[in-house]
Write a protein that binds this ligand. Sequence first.
Ligand code: PEP
Ligand code: MG
Length: 780
Amino acid sequence: MATRPTERLGVTTLEDISALILQSHDLDDTLKNIVTLVAKRMRTEVCSIYLLDEDDCTLRLRASKGLSRRAIGKVTLQIGEGLTGMAAQERHAVTIQEPQSHPRYRYFKETGEERFHSFLGIPLFDRKHPLGVIVLQTKETRLFSPAEISALSTIAFQISSIVINARLLDSIRLKEEESSRFARELEHTRKSLLSRETALQDSGETALRGTVAYPGVVSGPAHLLDERLGFSDILDEEHVEVEREMQRLEGALEKTRIQTIFLEKRVAERLSQDDASIFHTHLMILEDRGFLDKVRREISGGHSAPYALKKVVDDYIEAFARMEDPYLRERAADMEDIGRRLLANLVGQGEHLLHLKTPGILVARELLPSEMASLDHEQILGIVTEAGEKNSHAVIMAKAMGIPALVGVKGVFKRLAPDAPLILDANSGCLYINPPPTVVEEYRRLEADCDRELSRLEEFRDTVAATSDGERVVLRANIGLVSDVAVALRNGAEGVGLYRTEFPYMARGSFPDRDDQYQLYRKVIEGFAGQPVTIRTLDIGGDKVLPYFTPPREDNPFMGWRSVRVSLDNRDIFRTQLEAILMAGVHGPVKLLFPMISGLEEVRACKLVLAEARANLAREGIAAAERLPLGVMIEVPAAVQMAPQLAREVDFFALGTNDLIQYMLAADRNNPLVNKYYDPLHPAILRVLHEVAEVANREGKGLCLCGEMGSDPINFLVLLGMGIREFSMPAPFIPRTKALLARLPLKVARKAAREALTLVDSISIRAHLAKVLSSLDRDL
Ligand code: PEP
Ligand code: MG
């Protein structure tokens, strides 16, 4: 046989595998064809594929060319067991001559493999989750060359994608188990497909993958949220037609006025009349003769309408920014906002900006928290972003509203036309563009399943959150906007464990004054009628910027001037917020929470400002909450170390795992490149969470975990087992968590946590916890 360069071997085999997929009927058929092809190309007597069972621990022989047919589907080994298990555990190629004499060798008599004298095993995996192993064996003693190992690794990578996709399609096809299957699929696909960014082709139509941020299945037209157009993008044009530019301006003005009236109405409904009044000011500017005449004069002078607008808006902003009066200075931000919206309409992008007329799936390159705050949520069926991570704040807001969301969908923008029909499967992490009728049909059924599942979960809304053996757990909601209150109540939240007060600040044009804030907090507190509301002071910085409060440029904003650091450096703003919280605390049980605390000095400084706020109110004769339990977020590693001392200063801790994980593991919560390092089940994370739980219990302090990790069942299991009894999460996750609790005995969770804390890598931890979870399903 003519020998082929090994790299070519890899490439041609890949091409042939692609062709094979089209001919195969199902996953087993595909695997059978692949092993036959690879054995032939690699000139080995045996090629076998082992895949991980749903328990995430057991490797099962699924296809083999060369081993006894009887062994297929029967031979199993655990991760770490035998040479095959070793390749899966160590996640790299294992190549061995005379495998029988290796200490890790395991013999299965069903396979008849004693005849083979060399072994090459390459793991299949999806990012960090093992999927299986592909194994080659030869009768003669053979040393596999590095080039052969590399070729097989490339093939293994492709097989991994096939396995993931085929499992998804299989599971869609197999519809027998209705809602119990749905629950398993949700878990399984969420685990195995998370973070995949590769696009797959589906009979000419496109299916793209992304990371599931909030699960669910929806379909509808694409609403493209175009890139924000900045004035810096506008250049002067030569030879403009004055008449045409004037008409462009008038058209854009008209559109912008109408949009502004809409915005005013929406914000009045979702926030408050006061918040909406900003748009009234915008309308007045849009009608202002002086402003309009200046733009028209620039156009008459031979400039294009966008350039004329840029020039006038820049002049206004500069003039406002120089003003003494703070009120007038703030108008610079209004001017910028109006300018931006007018500009978008001038260049024909205004239709897409923040104005959704009909229900659809919102597709954005990136979604800012401020946009999320002002969008009409009723019209958003689902969210798809190219950039952004699961824990970015805009996505956190989507979760709080229960909107299915997929992030990190690479290249989605360039493949989409406005209004293109989409199916967003945020259970398995797939977005279908222009789906063919067969897929539409399948998904209609899946959507119905989802609805059924949601109605099933609704039953849990009014049940008490407790384990199956009666241990009481408290489930509160994370909220940001006033509109989240209704969602939280609908999902049976026991009050609020985390009110992110920066979110309403983001939806506004300027800093709210004390009374505005008081009214807002009061609305939330009264909404929960007697249930506690934990109000966290401003946590701006990082990815949360206020349009009217521009922080200095920082190379590393998450490690920079953020959160309580900004508050302590802006005492007036901080004191005003504390006064508003104290005033609102008269209307119901409120707890006060300080974010990003790294040591005692900051807590003491915060308490001083709180004392000043109290004194101010007393001086003014305004009623203030008498007792306000104080808490600190434990989200900086230093705070974990200082937890015993901090416990003496405060009444409760709030575990902010979103930040704690990023700071502990040095992995930015918003950076997809380091997503695999951002791991809630890293043993170091479990250890610190356990430590904080122990300190809180020992010191008799409250502890509420309010990071996103608490809403994932696998994490919840270990957290509960460690002794955490209070959680705050996006409200739509509450009924699911109650449903999980109802079938979970506390002793099972405790044992699972004890065992997890002895394990030293997150693969084993995850596998162990997954096994415990799946045993719950079996015992049902
Ligand atoms: C956290 O860090 O876990 C947290 C709840 O706060 P945020 O996500 O608002 O930073
Ligand atoms: Mg945080």
